[in-house]
Design a protein around this ligand. Structure first.
Ligand code: ACO
Length: 324
């Protein structure tokens, strides 16, 4: 039986950092009132990276991918599958994965996007795991990348302060030893309205509302409930006690959600990875960005277990438990 294992990680953040104070000053020019105090207290966010106009998701994704491929000790030509998780693709089509493939100079293999909003990376990683275990890929590149700043209503203070741009990537390779130990993906399509960007272009016009809209309190309640349950489910599937996992990397939406979840799972703070303070919510990019940050900080030990979790629009959620 063939398994899959994470053999490399990489990430890329656009260089422009905007602090809460800078953002508040910018919004104040349009008479929109917010403050570092409000944002930090309610969300834990202190700054976000924002892409310059014209910088697209595939550009961030390709840079994160280059770093992950190098970290795995591979060449781009070794990659035979590219999956990009994004809700802010460069185009309607071709897929962002095809654009990344071209940017990396890769000629062979498959490339496609998955769209599960902030759960996108765990959806993509679980999909890649299935390809590798079935013998259909030897080295898969799994990327979460977003330019969420593009779809924000910069006149809506209840959402525009929450998000940032960035990309994270992993290489998932065929392995004799199990790396991905268990995974679970879930969706509840009856909850589309609590978090959506429900607009499009049709017949030459913008139809619907293309900006991100969110019922923050409904999302908060859903997120902590489903993440708690999903964490317990995948640990049970892998035969590992929740308390024995080495690192918890949930989707980085909000520090209060992260702390609440860690408390519910009875995990100490040193097992929780937090990057939302620095990156804000980067949707599908948040988990691979946090994984790469944790590795660079020396918090991911070879053989250690990492529980990665996504939750977001759809409503969607999921977990992947990996031995590194
Ligand atoms: N600055 C100042 N005041 C603000 C701001 C802001 N940026 N945004 C909203 N307010 C005001 C509101 O207008 C409201 O004022 P009012 O009482 O005069 O009407 C007041 O603050 C309270 O607003 P609430 O929306 O009730 O604030 P809440 O405490 O719920 O916090 C938040 C909002 C942070 C979004 C919270 O609901 C939350 O954390 N939700 C989780 C959702 C989340 O993190 N989503 C991220 C995307 S989803 C995902 O990734 C899964």
């Amino acid at each position: 039986l063939q398994y899959s294992a994470i053999t490399g990680t990489g990430s890329y953040l656009p260089p422009r950092v905007v602090s809460n104070d800078e953002l508040a000053a910018e919004l104040a020019q349009r008479d929109i009132v917010t403050s570092d105090e409000w944002i930090a207290e309610r969300t834990g966010i202190r700054q976000r990276h924002l892409a310059e106009r014209g910088v697209t998701t595939s550009t961030l994704a390709a840079e994160a991918a280059r770093r992950a491929i190098e970290d795995a000790g591979l060449q781009p030509g070794d990659i035979d599958l590219i999956i990009v998780a994004t809700s802010t693709p460069d185009f309607v089509f071709p897929s962002t994965a095809c654009l990344v493939q071209d940017k990396l100079g890769i000629k062979n293999g498959a490339a496609f996007d998955v769209q599960a909003v902030c759960s996108g990376f765990v959806y993509a990683l679980t999909t890649a795991d299935s390809f590798v275990r079935a013998g259909r890929s030897r080295h898969a590149l799994v990327i979460g990348a977003e330019v969420f700043s593009r779809i924000l209503d910069w006149n809506d203070r209840s959402t525009c302060v929450l998000f940032g741009d960035g990309a994270g990537a992993v290489v998932l390779s065929a392995s004799d030893e199990p790396g991905i130990l268990a995974a679970q993906l879930r969706a509840d399509g009856s909850q589309t309205k609590i978090l959506c960007a429900a607009g499009n272009v049709a017949y030459g016009e913008v139809v619907g509302d293309p900006f991100l809209r969110m019922d923050g309190q409904a999302v908060f309640k859903q997120a902590v409930t489903v993440l708690d349950r999903s964490a317990r489910d995948v640990c049970e599937e892998a035969g590992i006690a929740v308390g024995d996992i080495d690192l918890l990397i949930p989707h980085q939406a909000n520090l209060r959600i992260l702390n609440f979840l860690a408390r519910k799972l009875d995990l100490p703070a040193d097992k929780l990875v937090v990057t939302v303070d620095r990156h804000a919510n980067t949707s599908a990019a948040s988990v691979p960005l946090a994984l790469d940050a944790a590795r660079r900080e020396g918090r991911v030990q070879p053989g250690g277990t990492v529980l990665m979790q996504g939750v977001g629009g759809g409503f969607t959620w999921g977990s992947v438990l990996a031995r590194m």
